[in-house]
Design a protein around this ligand. Structure first.
Ligand code: TRP
Length: 394
């Protein structure tokens, strides 16, 4: 199979490692693109995307979404009137943080711009099967509900968006899942995902489940997601055509820098590295004040030598998502490097943005409770049952 012999992402050699389960070290994204065999988004491709979208997006301009597979074919299909659909997902292992929700905002932008269907997979099965997490199935199912509220709060079009939990929706997916599974042997997933003889058989089957939604429609799928999920798409692409479907396209993001600095990615299991969507203004302020900075130890030294925006969490977050205006963000960079802008001032600018973002999010999340059924089959059924059995309004 095509994947045998493909270079593994080996930390000892590169100083970093990116797998669907773990990101460590300082990621060299150009190197990753080579190892994964994806392509960088060129200026030309970006221009084409922006012109078909009828508008630009700061995460694209700044190459936060920086890599892709077959994005050009997606645009061909769109232009030719065949259209395409979007698919993304969430592993419900706990509360969502800012790093989790940003790709959903980008996905919403794509949906708005191209008016396309979007499928959002909630992998309550996957997070239960990952034994080291120690979560019960009840727990991953409860987190699914909580996470779905956060996802709905992003503001997707309810007429074009379907959010489903694997454990509930499996009956609809199983016919496709076994067709996928029959084409993928153990050696292959072992090579791609690093499974071994201790890996439970649920995990070994699971890649089939994550591949299925990329086959939900008989047209091309585009998956916006962080680059660590790409190994699944690689497998999908090797088998899709033999099943009569399109190879999926993908658009990959970099990771948001954790509060602790440039290594690894934000992790909900290391609470101090992340700002959660439920955090209040006070804890946002406290966490950002404690975040890693690229400033000098004293104001005098900072004025003299300037700071380093490349490792400064506050600047990096503004660049990644929170300051949409390119001119403003470039000014911040210049002023930081020249020493005119202090680390504390950079942090204050970020705090204001994040607090506003979370206020809006938390409000929208409250409203999402009433919208839940518009996005989920389970919710629709539950509401019908509630109304017919109890005659009450939900
Ligand atoms: N495996 C992903 C996670 O652990 C969840 C997921 C399922 C996903 N399908 C996806 C993520 C599609 C991005 C795109 O978070």
């Amino acid at each position: 199979m095509a994947l045998f012999g493909q270079p593994k992402n080996n930390k000892q050699e590169t100083g970093f490692s990116v797998t669907p389960w773990e990101v460590t070290g300082q990621v060299d994204y150009e190197r990753l693109v080579k190892e994964f065999g994806t392509e960088l988004i060129t200026d030309e491709l970006l221009q084409r995307l922006v012109s078909l979208a009828g508008g630009s997006n700061h995460m694209l301009r700044r190459r936060i979404f920086f890599s892709h597979r077959d994005l050009n074919h997606v645009l061909d299909d769109y232009e030719a009137g065949r259209g395409f659909f979007l698919y993304t997902g969430r592993g419900p292992s706990g509360p969502m943080h800012i790093g989790h929700i940003i790709p959903f905002h980008f996905t919403k932008w794509l949906q708005e711009r191209f008016s396309v269907n979007l499928y959002i997979q909630i992998t309550d099965d996957e997070k239960f099967l990952e034994e080291k997490r120690g979560l019960t199935l009840e727990e991953t199912r409860r987190w699914s509900y909580e996470n779905i509220l956060d996802i709905i709060a992003v503001g997707f079009d309810p007429d074009r968006t379907f959010i489903f939990q694997d454990v509930d929706f499996i009956g609809n997916m199983y016919p496709l899942a076994i067709r996928v599974a029959r084409k993928v042997n153990f050696s292959w997933v072992r090579a791609v995902f690093g499974f071994d003889h201790q890996t439970n058989i649920g995990m070994i089957f699971y890649p089939a489940i994550q591949i299925v939604p990329a086959l939900f429609e008989r047209r091309r799928c585009l998956i916006p997601a962080a680059i660590d999920q790409d190994p699944y798409w690689r497998v999908q692409r090797d088998i899709a055509e033999s099943l009569g479907y399109y190879k999926t396209a993908a658009i990959h993001s970099k990771f948001l820098m954790p509060l602790s600095g440039p290594e690894g990615k934000m992790s909900a299991s290391q609470r101090e590295t992340a700002i959660f969507l439920s955090d209040d203004a006070k804890s946002v302020r406290k966490k950002i004040w404690q975040a890693f900075s690229g400033g000098q130890p004293t104001v005098e030294l900072h004025r003299k030598y300037g700071g380093n925006p490349d490792v400064d969490v506050a600047y990096q977050w503004l660049y990644y998502f929170f300051e949409e205006d390119d001119r403003k963000v470039e000014q911040l960079r210049q002023d930081y490097m020249s020493g005119k802008l202090l680390s504390g001032e950079m942090k204050e600018i970020l705090i204001e943005k994040v607090v506003k973002f979370l206020e809006r999010h938390q409000e929208a999340r409250e409203e999402a409770r009433e919208k839940y059924h518009l996005f989920t089959r389970e919710g629709k059924l539950a509401q019908q049952m509630w109304e017919t059995k109890f005659g009450l309004e939900t």
